[in-house]
Design a protein around this ligand. Sequence first.
Ligand code: FES
Length: 179
Amino acid sequence: MNVPAVAEPEATPPAVAATEVRIAAARVPEISASGVPVSEVIADAADGERSIVAFLCRECAYSAADAAGNARTSLPPTIRTIMVPCTGRVSPLHLLAALAEGADGVYVAGCLEGQCHYRVGNFHALDRVAFVRRLLESVGVEPERAAMFTMSAADTPRFVATARGMDATVSRLPRLPRS
Ligand code: FES
């Protein structure tokens, strides 16, 4: 009688082929309030230079950024801005897509706590950024690549300081490896 050969169990489990997880920027829900698609800004961030994608609430942080531009205040060239209606519209997917597609850092800037024009949008954003930071840390990526700031529309110095601070933080980190 032929007894089928039984394969010897392997000492170590076979290596699992690395699966490349990528989030296509074109699949990211559109939230831009400026007419410039999010995917375009993210694609621009992937030009090979170090870049940081900033999601700015139209009601406050973007106004502060606008005032900085009008005053010809110099900002780090790494910063790529996306105007959003409220930081509550920014999902973890937007942040992760930006990092996956080329940015070395991402941040969300919204109204001061208690002053969101949609009441709780910035609290949702705070939770989501915290979630993304935990997620990054869990896979060995520096959590400081993602951040959240709040400010008033009139607080241009804070907008400039946060942009420069993010640039300094991200500049100290190695480039985010991508295949
Ligand atoms: Fe500015 Fe909601 S309207 S964070």
